[in-house]
Ligand binder design. Structure first.
Ligand code: ATP
Ligand code: MG
Length: 426
């Protein structure tokens, strides 16, 4: 993409409403929103509501695709459900009333019928699956979606990590029995570990013991250690074990065979969670199957969520410096930022040819072909944070070369176009 065609602008300062928290409290607003707005990835509509601009959508889609690939590996079938939800379904599980769930956005049809805007999909999907499961032969399977959730979050001061409208990847599993669920739960957990590794959060992300509800002793949250996180967890970094606040009791500690003095308190961001639902929803909504001996039984369910937007925000919280964002390679909007300095015929030709060549090799490139000063271009390039920069100038063209610099390095080197591409691919 030619940067001269990109409609978004970078800004030197974060807008004033992003420089302080949204909820009127004192302190610094979120780093992720400040940097992402300044670099032109997102735009703020109002507190807790953001638009994704071209660069931001590219990053979001990268993260989404990594998640999708890993969901497909464990056999998930992708669907897409509506955000409009019927009150009756939610009443059956006692989750419609505002006294039970305090983050609903609700609306009405013209005839006054009440509807909810999806906070999650356990209820509608359980009902939907009743139309497709009769026999034990229909089980097991799992389905997932990338779907819009609406939550009237009370606090929304963490930029895109906690928004009032967001895409969630929600996966639901349907099994005959507890053993089936346990097996799938393990696979889903492994898939989550691979996802966080691939987006660059693996090292700092802990599979964290959390409370499990009626059907299971524990559920698990995936928590990424980060000073700006809203959650507090207790971690043993050597053993890679963590527990959250809910289960930080003497009983649980002895159950897990850990002692309190080996745990340190850390701030963290909940990037995903997995939960054994058991038969809570299938009982309430009549999702039954006939087993081998002709007996009717409730389907055993699990649910598994990740917020790609929260992941994107978390990545920015963790990977930036005083100049801007430093994207991990796997999620960067482009693989290389080709920056042209000067507009002599020789420079333009060299840079244009290189641009064509890079694209021919199937590498994603942002080409800064704008008539700006070197200082402005470098500042923008650092702010946007693409992992590798190729600079073409009078000086490099004189030697028939291009200057290659990694975002994480201070030094650069002069290479031929061919060498530069080799370097990029490794
Ligand atoms: P939290 O305790 O942080 O509010 P949650 O328990 O409500 O999270 P879930 O309902 O399990 O989260 O949602 C699954 C995933 O969706 C979370 O792990 C997170 O990645 C993401 N998520 C949840 N709420 C939001 C939000 N308001 N904005 C963006 N992503 C979110
Ligand atoms: Mg929540």
């Amino acid at each position: 993409m030619r940067q001269s065609q990109l409609f978004t602008k970078t800004r030197k300062e974060a807008p004033s409403d992003e420089a302080r928290p949204n909820d009127g409290s004192v302190g610094q607003a979120s780093k992720n929103a400040q940097l992402l707005i300044r670099a032109g990835y997102i735009q703020k509509e109002m507190a807790g509501v953001y638009d994704y601009l071209p660069l931001g959508l590219r990053v979001f889609k990268k993260i989404e695709n990594i998640i999708r690939e890993e969901m497909d590996v464990i056999g998930g079938q992708e669907i897409f459900m509506s955000s409009l939800q019927e009150k009756e379904t939610w009443e059956k599980t006692n989750r419609w009333d505002d006294s039970m769930v305090d983050i609903w956005f609700k609306t009405k049809l013209k005839n006054d019928t009440e509807l909810g805007l999806a906070i999650t999909h356990e209820e509608p999907i359980t009902r939907m699956i009743t139309k497709h499961v009769q026999s034990h032969k229909d089980l097991p399977f799992s389905v997932y979606q990338f779907q819009t959730k609406f939550r009237n979050e009370i606090r929304a001061k963490s930029g895109i990590m906690r928004t009032r409208e967001f895409i969630m990847k929600d996966l639901y599993s349907f099994d005959k029995d507890q053993e089936g669920l346990d097996e799938f739960y393990g696979k889903a957990s492994d898939a989550y570990v691979r996802i966080f590794d691939r987006v660059g959060l693996g090292e700092k992300t802990y599979k964290t013991f959390a409370s499990g509800g009626v059907f299971s002793k524990y559920s698990h949250e995936f928590q990424t250690i980060c000073d700006t996180g809203e959650d507090v967890i207790y971690v043993n970094e050597n053993k890679k074990i963590a527990i959250n606040k809910e289960v930080n009791t003497d009983e649980v500690l002895s159950d897990l065979g850990i002692s309190r003095d080996e745990l340190v308190e850390r701030k963290a961001i909940e990037v995903g969670n997995i939960f054994k639902l058991g038969t809570r929803f299938s009982d309430a909504l009549g999702l039954l199957y006939v087993d081998e001996s002709g007996e009717k039984k409730p389907v055993v369910m699990g649910s598994y969520g990740i917020g790609p937007g929260r992941l994107m925000g978390t990545i920015v919280e963790l990977y930036s410096d005083d100049k801007g964002i430093v994207w991990p390679k796997e999620v960067a909007p482009f693989a290389v930022h080709l920056v042209r300095l000067g507009d002599s015929e020789a420079v333009v030709k060299f840079a244009d040819d290189l641009y064509t060549d890079i694209r021919k090799q199937g590498v994603e490139v942002l080409y800064d072909d704008r008539p700006l000063r070197a200082g402005e271009k470098f500042a923008d390039s650092d702010l946007i944070g693409i992992p590798v920069r190729f600079v073409v100038s009078e000086k490099t063209v004189a030697e028939g070369k291009v200057e290659v610099k990694f975002r994480t390095d201070n030094d650069s080197e002069l290479l031929t176009a061919e060498q530069a591409m080799d370097k990029l691919k490794n």
